[in-house]
Write a protein of this length. Structure first.
Length: 160
């Protein structure tokens, strides 16, 4: 397991660029809200901790992870952020729907990174169980939202 020996919330603030000059977009899936709200909190708190201004963090909600690509594209065109974090949670069910949603979401976010000059960070949990999602959204493995925020800051600084 990739997160077995890593706490997703751990970062050294001294190695992170100051985020005070950047605008961030965060697009959040409403599906599996318990998980996505915890991921949002992790991302938001890390951005603020690293100097981002509240007024420069724009949140947009979408119904599910499949819609994250459109939400991120809307953020790019309407708000011109320096980086975007796409937050979602897809949990394996009894059908192939999981596979299609995960593949389409990953491909859509990758396509945005190729087509636009705004980094879009993939913060979509694709877990087998709700317990695995909880462990990665503030549980025993930390918070993937925090990790995504640090990646967003680094990518925004890289693009400058």
């Amino acid at each position: 397991m990739a997160t077995e020996n890593k706490n997703l919330s751990a970062y050294d603030k001294n190695t992170i660029p100051n985020a005070s000059k950047f605008r961030f977009g965060i697009v959040v899936s409403e599906w599996n809200e318990e998980i996505t709200e915890a991921l949002f909190k992790g991302a938001y708190d890390a951005l603020i901790d690293c100097g981002a201004q509240e007024s420069e963090i724009i949140r947009l909600n979408v119904p599910g992870s499949f819609e994250l690509t459109f939400g991120a594209k809307k953020l790019i065109y309407d708000y011109e952020p320096d980086a975007i974090i796409a937050i979602g949670s897809v949990i394996q069910g009894e059908t192939k729907h999981f596979d299609f949603v995960c593949q389409a979401t990953a491909q859509g976010i990758m396509d945005l990174n190729v087509r636009h000059n705004v980094p879009v960070i993939f913060c979509v949990l694709t877990d087998n169980t709700i317990d695995q999602s909880r462990a990665r959204s503030g549980g025993i493995h930390g918070n993937k939202g925090t990790e995504a925020a640090i990646a967003a800051i680094k990518m925004a600084a890289l693009d400058r």
